[in-house]
Ligand binder design. Structure first.
Ligand code: ADP
Ligand code: MG
Length: 831
């Protein structure tokens, strides 16, 4: 069996054991869509098969239990996996064959493309669908009844709604419009002029279709008029409009005004039938995101039903005092206004109120989490000053003051009797690894186990070597571990070795395991896991972190990030963690010189690289992700490496690294680069995080305009790690000054915090929360750049919490309900 197929085989077996509860993979089986396609392509599976599988996986969470079993079985058939052509039926559920068949199959052909797009976009953009660990809306009980309760929604419609993730009344109340059509700004036909894009309201006066004589096409024409005049609408070869349009229908029509034989016309306009009634009361009309086969009008009417019937009955969970003090709109009104606003100012107030709720509950959630966490018992790991001083003495450098402070924090946490729960934030190159290593050494010295999770196998391997050097150096008589006590577990670890490691972790003979998410996906059991380190934590989801922590009994947790987070955001998102900041670089580092260089000057850069290599240094050249997807990304790097090697750097060695290489191939390339077999490493963005090659002094980023500042800063952090002057060269694709203005920030500062603020303002929070930081990027109303709102909501949340941390006062009952709903308890681990 191919690797990619085998992987699914194992997961599906497990999922069947979990009775199709979507727990076999952290974050849900839909998470597989991120990575599995690439693996399958590498295994040579056909694109058609891959897309079918991805499409089924993507729907998986929205299916009911028996449909899930069906879906997995179907994948088994598509992939021809003998063992999963017939998975066991789920417990307590009769298989309702026909219905399932429908829900799995009917949606397939059209879903395939959409899914494909979504996945590709999903890697850089905000996800729109909710997934397991996400905060839900802030609704108290009672709204969790099925959408079929609504008049006009039957079984069939509810299946279509399910595709939009709308299952309950509450889902519909919280399905906010994508945009609004403002009919208070309508145009009259008489005043239209050529070339404008407009929306008009008009009655259909006539409609006909005929075949044009010379061109042999079908032309459908309608005349529509309002009280000021009339205009012609025209479609070619779209006879079906005849079926929708009737004389005297009242329409809203949008499109561009063109000319035909001296008269104004609209070609292929969008139109929609309008209820005059509704327009009367609502001049601003919501427009929702749709799925195929649902009409805007229908959905709007259903949501109108829901809002009219249910919104007024909602009792507000925010205490009256806060509503008054913070001048908030009440919840019922806000939910009505966000869908069917009276006017723009009430819409704004509604949004503000709903955004307030999100931040308020998020903040209460993290505070509660922190409170619960600090009340847990943790094992005490205490060491003497002398022991620690000895450890530090063996290093071949002096710790910075910042490192010493953080080490003191960690030491105190470990001795506190409560589990450590700390975020270590330090710019790239500030030396976080050694601090983590010292933390680990304190724990393993007492015989307990540690786990260190990194986002990529290259990084995991690098940490593995470093940690062996730091903790198990033979020449160093203070070594806390033996080399064989430290193991590397990544997706690529051979089966036999994996067995050995798993056995060692279970019986306690392996003291420290370093790995990727393989640490949590596999049936890894620890005898006594007491410290968990998560590196580059923004690459991991909340759930993945929690899963690793679950493997021990209240272990100490240290998460590390090089992504600077503006304070307001840090307090909101990481409010449950204690935060340590390392704001100092090791001595002797020179700031990296950054230059924006336009494509025509590329030759100069090649010269710079040659000179640097002559002086014994090395260089990175990064190529961006081109929109068409991963293949393209690899292609750019592959082609450029060939060109550079044969035409530009004939006398130098250029290595090639990209995401489609197998992990062992990647490692070989990295090792060769580290051992200076390559002078130049041509790469896609896979080198982004953490990789440490102190000898490299040049970082060239092609297509620099495609990257966020935080990411460019990460690239830049790959150089300037030694004592020599290093250079970061940003080459945008064009010399368009306006587009490249953003890049100037890179020239002007080396401060990751400032760059992160820029990114936050310009690209929104997704950029540096990482796409995997599920939950936070899915806030529906709150804009994480709105510092004012965040501070305000946070202050009220803290106020409530400080007075009543368990929210047990009667006036807080509804807040507690809303909170439990927002962070359901089994998913409530937000750290
Ligand atoms: P990051 O914070 O980006 O993870 P690393 O832990 O990889 O940084 O450290 C970057 C480099 O700096 C490593 O080569 C490490 O050995 C070195 N280093 C760490 N601390 C110091 C120090 N106090 N003085 C000099 N070099 C240091
Ligand atoms: Mg690091």
């Amino acid at each position: 069996m191919q690797r990619s197929t085998e992987k699914l085989y194992k997961i599906f077996k497990l999922e069947a054991e979990f009775n199709y509860s979507n727990k076999a993979v952290v974050g849900g089986l839909e998470k597989l869509t991120d990575t599995w396609g690439g693996e399958a392509r590498a295994d040579g599976l056909s694109e058609d098969v891959i897309q079918q599988v991805i499409s089924l996986l993507d729907q998986y969470p929205s299916l009911d239990t028996s449909a899930r079993a069906e879906a997995l079985t179907k994948i088994g058939q598509i992939l021809d996996i003998a063992g999963i052509k017939h998975l066991p039926l789920p417990n307590n559920e009769k298989s309702s064959q026909s219905r399932i068949q429908q829900s799995v199959e009917s949606s397939q052909p059209e879903a395939t493309q959409a899914t494909q797009k979504k996945n590709r976009r999903g890697s850089t953009r905000k996800r729109t669908s909710t997934s397991a660990a996400l905060p839900q809306s802030a609704m108290p009980q009672g709204l969790e009844v099925s959408v079929t309760t609504v008049r006009g929604i039957g079984q069939k419609q509810s299946q279509l709604l399910a595709k939009l993730d709308l299952h309950t009344i509450e889902d519909m109340l919280y399905y906010f419009p994508r945009r609004y059509d403002d009919y208070s700004k309508l145009r009259t036909i008489k005043n239209l002029t050529y070339g404008e894009e407009v929306t008009i309201l008009a009655w259909v006066k006539s409609i006909k279709t005929f075949t044009t004589r010379n061109k042999k096409r079908k032309s459908t024409q309608a005349i529509v008029s309002d009280s000021t005049g009339s205009i012609q609408l025209m479609w070619f070869n779209q006879e079906y409009h005849m079926r929708y349009l009737r004389k005297n229908m009242f329409l809203s029509i949008s499109g561009k005004i063109e000319q035909y034989m001296g008269r104004l016309v609209m070609y292929h306009p969008d139109y929609e039938q309008v209820d005059k009634q509704q327009l009367h009361t609502n001049r601003i009309v919501p427009v929702y995101s749709l799925t195929a086969r649902l009409s805007q009008r229908w959905l709007r009417r259903m949501i109108h039903n829901v809002v009219t019937n249910w919104a007024p009955k909602i009792s507000d969970f925010i205490t009256e005092y806060i509503i008054e003090d913070a001048a908030l709109m009440d919840l019922s009104t806000a939910l009505k206004e966000i869908h069917f606003p009276e006017n723009t100012s009430s819409l704004k107030k509604a949004r503000y109120r709903l955004a307030f709720d999100e931040i308020f509950l998020m903040q209460l959630g993290v505070l509660k989490q922190k409170y619960e966490w600090t009340n847990l018992d943790g094992r005490v790991f205490d060491i003497s000053d002398d022991w620690l001083i000895d450890r530090v003495k063996f290093l071949d450098f002096k710790l910075t003051d910042a490192q010493i402070h953080v080490l003191a924090d960690i030491r105190q946490d470990l001795a506190s009797g409560h589990p450590m729960n700390r975020l270590l934030q330090g710019d790239v190159g500030s030396g976080k690894t050694i601090v983590a290593a010292l933390g680990i050494s304190i724990v393993v010295k007492h015989g307990a186990q540690g786990a260190f999770m990194a986002p990529t196998s290259i990084l995991a391997e690098q940490h593995y070597f470093n940690l062996k050097r730091l903790l198990a150096n033979k020449e160093d008589d203070g070594a806390v571990l033996d080399k064989k006590d430290i193991r590397l577990l990544i997706g690529d670890t051979p089966a036999k070795e994996r067995e050995e490691i798993l056995a060692g972790l279970a019986d306690g003979s392996v003291k420290l395991v370093i790995g990727t998410h393989a640490l949590i996906e596999d049936p890894v059991v620890f005898k006594d896991l007491q410290i968990v380190i998560v590196d580059e934590q923004h690459r991991f989801g909340v759930a993945q972190r929690a899963a690793l922590r679950e493997k021990g009994h209240n272990p100490h947790l240290l998460v590390m990030t090089a992504t600077p987070i503006p304070r307001s955001l840090a307090l909101t998102i990481y409010g449950d963690l204690d935060i340590s900041i390392m704001d100092e670089m090791p001595a002797g580092r020179q700031p990296v010189e950054t230059h924006i260089v336009y494509p025509i000057e590329r030759e100069r850069i090649y010269t710079l690289i040659r000179t640097q290599v002559e002086e014994g240094h090395q260089a990175f050249i990064i190529y961006p992700l081109v929109e068409q997807g991963d293949n393209e990304e690899s292609k750019a790097a592959v082609e450029e490496q060939a060109r550079l090697q044969s035409k530009v750097f004939q006398n130098l060695n250029a290595g090639l690294l990209h995401g489609r290489l197998r992990p062992d191939e990647k490692e070989t390339v990295m090792r060769k680069f580290r051992d200076r077999e390559y002078d130049i490493l041509v790469s896609t963005s896979v080198v982004e995080v953490g990789v440490d090659i102190p000898n490299a002094t040049v970082m060239v980023v092609e297509g620099a305009n495609r990257f966020g500042l935080a990411q460019l800063h990460q690239f830049r952090g790959r150089v300037g790690r030694g004592e020599d002057q290093s250079y970061c060269i940003l080459i945008p694709e064009t010399s368009d000054a306006a587009e490249n203005e953003r890049l100037l920030a890179m020239e002007s500062t080396n401060d990751g915090f400032i760059l992160a603020e820029h990114d936050l303002q310009q690209r929104g929070p997704g950029e540096f929360l990482g796409t995997r930081q599920s939950g936070y990027t899915d806030l529906r109303c709150a804009d994480l750049t709105d510092v004012h709102l965040i501070e305000k909501a946070r202050n009220y949340a803290s106020q409530v919490f400080d007075n009543d941390p368990t929210l047990s006062a009667p006036e807080h009952q509804r807040i507690l309900d809303a909170l439990n709903h927002f962070w359901p308890s089994e998913e409530g681990d937000v750290s």
